[in-house]
Design a protein around this ligand. Structure first.
Ligand code: 13P
Ligand code: SF4
Length: 334
């Protein structure tokens, strides 16, 4: 097609002529940028990042970096956390439409109403929510820090937990609490099939099943280990078993294969018997091309209104303080 009739096609053709890795490296140096990536990003983005981690690790990195620019390869709420903790920095997200079904399930007005209806409860809120919801919350948690944080609260403390009902139910079981749960879910972790997972387990009876706590209870009941992405990675690398079944977004398998190429990592299946349906469609919006453009143009930029930022920072700072030090991923070999 004539490039004048299809301007996007023209940009794509121009980008195709570039060595994106070289260009991103050049721009990273020129702009004093740090590239942070979540484990659910496509392998090329994980490979070019300065740091790859789970939500808590990435929040910490964003808070402590000396860079002028943070290019956040993850979803919007993660980039907002970077901006809330490092307001003096320019934070760019390769695609502003990279949202999250949990964030969508919890509009700030409805959440504020939920809080008003339960004035004797504090609100513990999963980091997968908007900055406005963080601003209405008492303490933010990630899946790697939630249990530790809950255990620091008085046993009789009444708690609201939003927005992930599966993570909330799992935390209730782990901690013996009775937190009141918001009715939100992750569309990715809800797609794993119990029937297909049972078939896979029968095929590989010795393989441990590792699951993210955003999975429904029926999947978690089949898991040998339940934890955040960093914990899943740690377990997968340190398990003596040569085959491991992974019930979370399959891009994390890239890190497993890099660090333990001699092992086999199998993504837990969806109802159609393969794991393609469990790719996060929001994370998938970020690409190397869009990262290059974001660094080149310093756009799309993440902004958080200052009054919202200041209130959201209080609940995030509480998380960072209560979460304390996190065990780094270690490979002991097998
Ligand atoms: P982690 O904190 O475990 O990395 O989880 C982030 C997430 O969005 C899971 O779906
Ligand atoms: Fe949100 Fe689920 Fe995607 Fe995580 S995997 S970013 S919870 S939609």
């Amino acid at each position: 097609m004539d490039a004048r009739l299809n301007p996007l096609g023209g940009i794509k053709a121009n980008l195709a002529a570039l060595d994106l890795k070289d260009e991103i490296n050049r721009l990273r140096r020129e702009k004093n940028a740090v590239i942070l990536a979540h484990y659910y990003q496509e392998p090329a983005l994980q490979d070019i990042a300065d740091f790859v981690g789970d939500s808590l690790d990435l929040s910490r990195k964003a808070a402590e970096t000396n860079a002028d620019v943070i290019a956040f390869c993850g979803v919007k709420f993660m980039a907002e956390v970077a901006k809330i903790l490092s307001p003096q920095k320019t934070v760019v997200l390769p695609d502003l439409k990279a949202g999250c079904s949990l964030e969508d399930s919890c509009p700030p007005e409805a959440f504020a109403k939920f809080r008003r209806a339960h004035p004797d409860h504090i609100s513990l809120t999963y980091i997968n929510c908007s900055a406005a919801v963080k601003a209405e919350s008492d303490i933010i948690v990630t899946s790697s820090s939630a249990e530790k944080i809950i255990n620091q609260l008085p046993a009789d403390q009444k708690i609201l937990f939003a927005p992930d009902k599966h993570l909330g139910a799992w935390l209730n079981r782990k901690t013996g609490r009775d937190m009141l749960l918001w009715d939100g879910t992750c569309i990715v972790h809800e797609k794993f099939s119990v029937v297909e997972l049972l078939k896979l387990k029968a095929q590989y009876p010795a393989a441990p099943v590792l699951a993210h706590p955003e999975c429904p209870a029926a999947i978690l009941d089949l898991a040998h280990y339940i934890g955040a992405t960093s914990g899943i990675l740690n377990y997968a690398l340190n398990s003596p078993e040569p085959v491991v079944i992974v019930a979370t977004e399959p891009n994390i398998i890239h890190q497993m294969q890099l660090k333990a190429p001699h092992k086999t990592f199998i993504g837990a299946p969806g109802a159609d018997g393969n794991c393609g349906c469990n790719m996060c469609p929001y994370m998938a919006l970020n690409t190397m091309e869009k990262l290059y453009l974001a660094l080149r143009d310093l756009s799309p930029v993440i902004e958080v209104p200052e009054d919202v930022r200041l209130r959201a920072k209080v609940s995030l700072d509480r998380m960072l303080e209560m979460a304390g030090a996190v065990t780094p991923v270690r490979v002991t070999g097998d």
